[in-house]
Write a protein that binds this ligand. Structure first.
Ligand code: AMP
Length: 434
């Protein structure tokens, strides 16, 4: 089925084709006509299933249709897209810009996120904007600086909506919602909507249409990502060695590893690096410039291993990322879905491995239960866990390698900088580093 049959203008259908999208994905097929009709939507579809274009295409279509006064100045913000992380703001903004560039009256899209100077973003907002893609905190800062007004927004999108509706963002989101017109279209998208968040979403939406192209990650349903999920039993202290062994043994050229803390990300990346693997850390305590670089370098296949906190769990689209590893288990089944969803995107296959320590076995069983999963426990020769006395198992799963220490706490000594590492990577013979 072509994009035009969804009700999109030929020029937008053509824009999708130019992006390499030949046929709409399931969520696009379902959501586009409904969004075009102007109603509120809750869109639930697996990670990597094309949700961004599912809301971006009809949003652009409606903007073009309502474009009554071309060249109007200043432009009024007609669409606001909120996302939970800076990297996702950049990614979603780029998709919208790419799709919009072929339109006769391309809308002006401004991307705004924190951690970088506000001035360039204020400059870009001069003369107004049609579409703003932002993280909540920076949006509020820009509003406080009188850099934009959002009272003219016709469409609000919450991407990774359940994350934006959870406690961490409540205050900021409420302040933003208070500034939006009551008369608007709201579109909430995510791969997950825990019941407690669903109730909040319902309170914010007007008779929403719920569109669910449901399939658990890894299921056999058509269009579902093909993520092979595995669980490997290992002692906490052996995890770094096992990780190194797996990377070497399988010759993986790109692995995204999730840990519980920023400190763990730093220390494990450091250990791997000292052991001959091009590894680096990605977490919220890094400067925004470094965060952006690391992500781009991961996409460019310059790092073999990136050790990340849950900052990287949501939405990031890294093509051909073959393996995701839960070194530390995620806190919730929801986080599990988002983490493993970094692999197996856009119909590719991928592998997600969880390290199960004796201390985390019970927690993993809870995740499995909620995901209706039952993974066989594997053991890797040479890394089998030692027999344990069940009475010795504490409640928490901490190990000397991933203590719940504060950001950067306890990192000592001279460590090679990211640049040093990349230089060494580039110098290494036979490795395809940039
Ligand atoms: P998203 O879920 O929006 O992050 O999209 C996941 C991946 O699917 C991205 O790499 C998109 O470029 C790709 N994608 C989105 N829509 C389509 C489509 N209709 N056909 C092929 N790939 C798509």
């Amino acid at each position: 089925m072509p994009f035009t049959s969804l009700g999109l203008s030929p020029v937008l259908a053509q824009a999708a084709t130019l992006m390499g999208f030949t046929v709409p994905t399931a969520i696009q097929t379902e959501a586009v006509p409904v969004i075009l009709s102007g109603v509120d939507v809750v869109g639930v579809a697996q990670t990597g299933s094309g949700k961004t274009a599912a809301f971006a295409l009809p949003l652009l279509h409606n903007l073009q249709r309502d474009h009554t006064s071309p060249g109007e100045s200043p432009r009024r913000v007609r669409a606001l897209i909120l996302v939970p992380t800076r990297e996702l703001a950049a990614q979603v903004g780029e998709v919208i810009r790419s799709l919009a560039q072929h339109l006769p009256n391309p809308p002006k899209t401004v991307i705004a996120f924190g951690g970088v100077s506000i001035n360039p973003q204020m400059m870009r907002l001069r003369g107004g904007a049609d579409i703003v893609v932002a993280t909540p905190g920076r949006l509020l800062d820009l509003i406080a600086h009188n850099a934009l007004r959002i009272s003219t927004v016709a469409t609000l999108v919450l991407d990774e909506a359940d994350r934006l509706l959870d406690l961490g963002f409540t205050e900021e989101l409420n302040r933003i919602l208070a500034l939006l017109p009551a008369q608007r279209q709201s579109l909430f998208f995510s791969a997950t909507f825990p019941p407690e968040v669903q109730a909040m979403a319902d309170a914010l939406l007007r008779t929403p249409v719920r569109i669910e192209v449901a399939a658990e990650p890894g299921s056999e349903d058509a269009g579902a990502p093909l993520i092979l999920q595995r669980a490997i039993e290992v002692d906490g202290k052996q995890r770094t060695s096992l990780l190194r062994h797996l990377v070497k043994e399988n010759k993986w050229d790109r692995v995204l590893v999730f840990v519980a803390t920023q400190y763990a990300a730093e220390t494990i990346a450091e250990k791997l690096y000292k052991n001959g693997i091009f590894a680096t850390a990605f977490h919220g305590a890094l400067a925004q410039g470094t965060r952006t670089e690391v992500l781009q370098e991961l996409k460019d296949k310059r790092w073999e291993v990136v050790i990340a906190t849950d900052l990287a769990a949501r939405g990031l689209d890294i093509a051909q990322l073959p393996v995701v590893i839960n070194y530390d288990l995620p806190r919730s089944p929801t986080d599990y879905i988002h983490r493993i969803g970094r692999t197996g995107r856009a119909g590719e296959s991928g592998m997600a491995i969880s390290f199960i320590t004796p201390e985390s076995e019970a927690h993993f069983q809870l995740i499995e239960k909620r995901q209706h999963l039952q993974l066989p426990r594997e053991r890797i020769e040479g890394f089998e866990p030692a027999p344990v006395d069940p009475a010795m198992l504490g409640a928490a799963s901490t190990s000397p390698e991933s203590p719940a220490s504060p950001a950067n706490g306890g990192i000592k000594g001279k460590r090679p900088s990211k640049k040093d590492k990349l230089r060494a990577a580039a110098a290494a013979v036979g490795l395809p580093k940039g």
